[in-house]
Ligand binder design. Structure first.
Ligand code: IMP
Ligand code: MG
Length: 198
């Protein structure tokens, strides 16, 4: 639930928990039939996509497996390098399996592009992606995205798995940060009005 946020707060609601729930139910209805009779492996990219994975898997009327991968991107000073490294690899062999990458957000597309190339080399039976959010306007590399929850504008968002410096992942709604430079200066900036427990 989003409570009316005073104008001085540093973020504004973008997608609330009810809208997330409704859209994920729709995605599950679209995705389910594509895997009828199969046991797909859903590959979640840590850590941002875990909330989405958890809700999506429970909405999918399918027998499925989940696996996790962790990657880190090297940001060059002043921007994005496009160089990505696997920090934690999958535990399962995806050869001949139907693989669905579950992402929180596709921004420049560099991460997903790297991930797709890496997983493709392992010869899965199919490789598709669902991303909860799509910042399509920021794309540098065109990359296939079979399903997306919401297209969002070029704003920095937190909540529902998405973080700023590791924080705010547990906010139930997705919030748009009004002033990223201000937040960088004071990473606790959003706390007021979000958490009452301290
Ligand atoms: P890409 O390689 O530029 O597509 O970046 C994808 C990754 O950048 C995501 O998996 C997120 O970790 C991060 N990211 C991009 N935009 C946001 C945002 O608005 N909030 C939080 N993380 C973001
Ligand atoms: Mg991510």
């Amino acid at each position: 639930m989003i409570s009316p946020s005073p104008a001085h707060l540093a973020s504004e609601p973008l997608i609330d928990a009810a809208a997330l729930r409704a859209r994920i139910a729709e995605l599950a209805e679209d995705i389910g039939p594509c895997y009828a009779g199969e046991v797909p492996i859903l590959v979640s990219v840590l850590k941002g996509s875990t909330m989405f994975l958890s809700d999506l898997t429970r909405a999918l009327p399918l027998d499925l497996e989940v696996d996790f991968m962790s990657i880190s991107s090297y940001a060059e000073s002043g921007g994005i390098s496009g160089v990505v490294r696997i920090v934690k690899d999958l535990g399962s062999d995806i050869g001949d399996r139907h693989v669905l990458i579950v992402e929180d957000i596709v921004d420049t597309g560099l991460t997903l592009n790297y991930l797709r190339r890496t997983l493709e080399e392992r010869r899965p039976a199919s490789l598709r992606t669902v991303s909860l959010l799509d910042k399509a306007a920021r794309r540098i590399i065109p990359v296939p995205l079979e399903w997306r929850g919401f297209e969002i504008p070029d704003v920095f968002v937190v909540g529902y798995g998405l973080d700023f410096q590791g924080r705010y992942r547990n906010v139930p709604d997705i919030l748009a940060v009004r002033d990223l430079a201000k937040l960088a200066n004071d990473p606790s900036l959003l706390v007021e009005g979000l958490f009452s427990g301290g």
